[in-house]
Design a protein. Structure first.
Length: 382
């Protein structure tokens, strides 16, 4: 069985690279291909089609990239997929509108893996397009039962195609290894975080959907005796703009609080140390499905405050200690956590084993393999 994962993410696709790695550890020949940069990840070293070998050196040239993607993107992908039985599309964007029908004509098994905003943040005019393309998919994967429920309300005709399955998280094992008593101050020093402050992490990327400004507004409403002990952490390594970043910095300066904004992509060890260095994490983004970053915070024993509108039923289902909030109640929830932080950290410590059992690759990879085997068997018997 040979599986190709198609995506359009940046070069640092930790989730996909860890998926490929874990599939290969279990004897599944898997590669991933970035349909924008034309970079392939995997160990099989597939024989690249002639068109890709000729054009690939040019794709990194900004002035040429747009032309190549417009004229040759579909031809490159169709030439490449001939080496594979199963095509797994990650993040269902308009890039695939012309590609999916071609894959079907080539008799490829098609799996669409929904990440979150590719379902929740879709414009009404695109829903009709997605509906027709979902009809061509053999399997549609969502991360949680809540997302499945929301999806079937919008697309009830495809309920039989849905499989509920999420990514494992390779950073879990790094956090497990690094999270030793007494060493947190060392990690804070490395990251430029003072040891004597309560750290509050705001969101996990730089998009406006994270609602950083709403978090900062809530912090401004805290009692000064609590606010003075806070050190703000803002991971904004992707998804932001220079204009939004300036707006964030201006608002932080109004709070008078010390802070650190991370804008450069971090390696796995740095991410693990940042999670371990966090006391409280607030995630009130507008939509989400099953954030790997949030799971890492849980694995690090952080106190978790999330928007009550987010589809995080898995937290309750797995008895994860956390707090739900609406925007109006956020200052109150923050005050409670800050005032009795030791108690809540003690409770959050119990989350580590629960989330590891639920979301480590050791426990999730078998389900990915099961789906691929299902698709391969269907192809065999056709």
């Amino acid at each position: 069985m040979k599986v190709l994962l198609l995506h359009q993410f940046g070069d640092d696709t930790q989730l996909l690279s860890s998926l490929v790695s874990n599939l290969r550890k279990n004897s599944i020949e898997a590669d991933s291909f970035n349909i924008v940069s034309w970079k392939i990840l995997g160990n099989s070293k597939p024989k690249l089609p002639t068109i890709l070998r000729i054009l690939k050196p040019l794709i990194s040239i900004p002035k040429v990239q747009g032309f190549l993607l417009t004229i040759f993107q579909k031809r490159v992908i169709i030439a490449l997929v001939n080496n594979y039985q199963i095509i797994d599309i990650h993040f269902f964007s308009e890039y695939y509108d012309e590609i999916i029908p071609s894959l079907k004509m080539l008799n490829k098994k098609i799996k669409i893996t929904i990440w979150g905003s590719d379902f929740y943040r879709v414009e009404i005019k695109r829903i009709k397009i997605q509906r027709s393309l979902y009809n061509l998919a053999d399997v549609i994967q969502v991360a949680t039962e809540r997302v499945k429920k929301d999806f079937t309300e919008e697309f009830p005709e495809y309920e039989s195609k849905i499989r509920v399955l999420h990514f494992g998280n390779s950073i879990f094992d790094i956090i497990k290894k690094l999270d030793n008593p007494g060493i947190e101050d060392d990690y804070r020093k490395e990251l430029g975080i003072p040891a004597d402050k309560m750290t509050l992490t705001c969101g996990y990327n730089g998009s406006k959907g994270q609602q950083h400004l709403k978090i900062l507004e809530a912090i401004m409403k805290l009692d000064p005796s609590l606010r003075k002990n806070i050190f703000l952490l803002l991971p904004m390594t992707y998804g932001t703009t220079a204009e939004y970043l300036r707006e964030i910095i201006g608002q932080i300066n109004k709070t008078g609080l010390p802070y650190r904004i991370f804008t450069t992509l971090m390696n796995a060890n740095e991410v693990a140390k940042l999670r371990i260095s966090t006391d409280i994490v607030v995630n009130i983004q507008t939509t989400d499905a099953f954030s790997a970053s949030l799971q890492e915070h849980i694995m690090a024993g952080n106190i978790l405050i999330v928007g009550e509108w987010l589809p995080y039923d898995y937290l309750k289902e797995n008895d994860i200690y956390h707090f739900k909030t609406n925007l109006d109640d956020l200052p109150e929830k923050l005050s409670m956590c800050l005032a009795t932080i030791d108690l809540h950290k003690q409770m959050a410590e119990k989350n580590k084993e629960k989330i590891y059992n639920f979301s480590s690759w050791n426990n999730t990879i078998k389900d990915w393999i099961s789906i691929y085997n299902e698709l391969a068997d269907e192809q065999f018997y056709q």
